[in-house]
Design a protein around this ligand. Sequence first.
Ligand code: TIU
Length: 221
Amino acid sequence: MRQATIPADPNPVTIDLDRTALVVIDMQRDFLEPGGFGAALGNDVSKLARAVGPIAALLAFARTNGLLVVHTREGHRPDLADAPPLKVERGDPALRIGACGPMGRILVRGEPGHDIIPELAPAPGEPVVDKPGKGAFYETDLALILGNRRIETLIVCGVTTEVCVHTTVREANDRGFRCLVPGDACASYFDEFHAVGLRMIAAQGGIFGFVTTTGDITAAL
Ligand code: TIU
């Protein structure tokens, strides 16, 4: 057991690093670069860049200290059989899931836009979980992967704060995982949703988890 105590809101959290995983949510070109899914939804994708540096620091910390690292990607089968019609039919038909954009078909597995950005590329041996929904547990083998490693604490970062990070933290919390969320390693297209999303996690005694910073985690060892 390698214990560390991390300052967090609403209270410091003591974790066992041998049972802690870093989960990096959806740092894909489709959300961070122009011409992808995020832009198709009408968002200013440049707002997500601020999370890249902190996530790189968390990846370095996790790899140096032997923490399990799991990456997720949101996307669908090329035949879109796993995409709910309500999700596909949203918005301008030319910009919908499955439509052709500058990075290939939008939010489709195997296309360039579906890739994780090069700065945060998975290292050999790090599991990449492809998910059809916002939550990383929904219709994926993430719970199996974490269970096999006896993981009890998740450090959850990535994009976007109030959508896929939040959904994953809620799912994880209900499954009994302690969630630490470094706020600076998360980002949203909406400043107010980012701020309130983090507050919602820590409110009511940490109803979904504990909000911390990248620096507080990397200083723990
Ligand atoms: N639209 C938005 O804010 N997010 C998503 O659609 N997916 C993720 O958060 N990954």
